[in-house]
Design a protein around this ligand. Structure first.
Ligand SMILES: [Zn+2]
Length: 109
């Protein structure tokens, strides 16, 4: 069977068109995926900085009632630990402090 050279060329052209169309589609997809990833990273960054600002706003510097260290910053409504003596310092949402000295906690040794 003889295939006319014209159809072979047309076939070749249409294949290469398909390939480049496909390639374009792939590039389009990677570009879209990259844009999406960047958008997600941007959102994460934004959320993180908002969260950090919120934590900073809700945090208060606390003088440790146990050892007097003043460099502890603890978020309201959470419990932090004194960097020096390890006392657990609990701050409620109103900023009231409750301290649990390490030696007064249940020592199960
Ligand atoms: Zn302390």
């Amino acid at each position: 069977m003889r295939i006319p050279i014209g159809s072979l060329i047309r076939l070749g052209l249409s294949i290469s068109e398909n390939v480049s169309e496909y390639q374009k589609g792939v590039n389009e997809k990677t570009r879209a995926a990259r844009a999406r990833d960047e958008a997600i990273a941007e959102t994460n960054k934004y959320n993180r900085s908002r969260l950090e600002a919120q934590i900073a706003r809700e945090s208060m510097s606390v003088e440790c009632p146990n050892c007097g260290a003043t460099s502890n910053s603890i978020r309201r409504g959470s419990t932090g630990f004194c960097q020096f003596c390890g006392s657990a310092i609990q701050i409620d949402m109103n900023g009231n402090m409750q301290v649990h000295k390490p030696e007064s906690e249940g020592n199960n040794k």
